[in-house]
Design a protein around this ligand. Structure first.
Ligand code: CO8
Length: 300
């Protein structure tokens, strides 16, 4: 999938080659609601940019569970690109407008009973979303206000900082193994970079979904706060990160993340082929169908 009007990430100049963002504008004090100045892309994601503080708020609003469908992923990548290209925007807070759910991860129906062409397009969109988010020059803060399995967890892991509502009913993790599927290498790399090898190895093999307090203990999320304080805290963290000169922070981020990003860029087509081969197997299709049935049964 090539997003309309957007140069694929691998063709864009590397982050250190791009112009750095303008000097900080006076920041809104933490805790105050962000005055929306500009709002766009209103189908599955609501984006509001406060140009005076340089902070955008991105809210997932695709009920019932903010699953990452092809349409959602495309909208997400386009929104990120728009913000990235807007010199007035220096940071983005990512959260959910759906109660109790941050994101349920990849939309499983996109991986069931579809054509090879569809799988290729879908997987390219998943890659695109991650390349844009993990490689973003902006400060990215995840305000995780609900459950966040698999692809939802990847979104949080790809941000610079994660704050989660301290509700033990909310869980987060890369639970792919529970579905009988395997997290791709770049999901794993992102996870390892956050929690370290041992915790990632155990958690990935067990497909663990960690309740918020445990996720905090493991370092999967940086902070827990009462749900009603989540946005205030996110704004305060954002203000702290934006108080540094953009160029130094951006170059440091690039230095820390470049190897992992480059690895996917170098193996993108191979990764798509692997996904198609894997997901097309009848045994994998069966696992996914059974998992969807289990979700439905659990409900009734
Ligand atoms: N995709 C599609 N539909 C979903 C998904 C999903 N990920 N999650 C939930 N739904 C559907 C349910 O089936 C249900 O549908 P319906 O109303 O038609 O019965 C509806 O959304 C609501 O779901 P619940 O009733 O379960 O809602 P709850 O609020 O009780 O629970 C949860 C919400 C906790 C999010 C729960 O739905 C859940 O655990 N979902 C599964 C999440 C999950 O395991 N996601 C993993 C997806 S795979 C992924 O992201 C990475 C894959 C990497 C690729 C590897 C290579 C092959």
């Amino acid at each position: 999938l090539c997003l309309p009007g957007v140069l694929p990430l691998c063709c864009r100049p590397p982050a250190w080659d791009r112009a750095t963002r303008p000097a900080p504008s006076p920041l809104q004090p933490p805790g105050l609601p962000l005055a929306p100045c500009r709002s766009f892309s209103n189908n599955k994601i609501q984006v509001e940019l406060d140009e005076s503080s340089g902070i955008a708020m991105m809210k997932f609003k695709s009920p019932p569970v903010n699953s990452l469908s092809l349409e959602f992923l495309t909208e997400f990548s386009i929104s990120l690109e728009k913000l990235e290209n807007n010199r007035a925007c220096r940071g983005v807070i990512i959260t959910s407008a759906v109660p109790k759910i941050f994101s349920s991860g990849l939309d499983i129906t996109e991986m069931c009973g579809k054509s090879v062409e569809h799988y290729a397009e879908f997987w390219r969109a998943v890659q695109e979303m991650w390349l844009r988010l993990y490689g973003s020059n902006m400060v990215t803060v995840a305000a995780v206000n609900g459950s966040s399995p698999a692809g939802g967890c990847l979104i949080a892991l790809s941000c610079d900082y994660r704050i989660m509502a301290e509700n033990p009913k909310f869980s987060i993790g890369l639970n792919e193994a529970q579905l009988g599927i395997v997290a791709p290498f770049w999901f794993k790399d992102t996870f390892v970079n956050v929690v370290g090898h041992r915790i990632a190895e155990r958690s990935l093999q067990l497909g663990s979904l960690h309740p918020a307090p445990e996720a905090h203990k493991l370092g999967l999320v940086d902070e827990l706060v009462p749900e009603e304080k989540l946005m205030e805290k996110a704004a305060a963290v954002m203000a702290q990160w934006l108080s540094l000169p953009d160029h130094a922070r951006q170059l440091t981020k690039t230095m820390m993340r470049k190897a992992v990003l480059d690895r996917l860029v170098a193996h993108r087509e191979e990764d798509i082929k692997n996904f198609i081969t894997f997901v097309s197997k009848e045994s994998i299709q069966k696992s996914l169908r059974m998992y969807m049935e289990m979700l439905k049964k659990r409900k009734s």
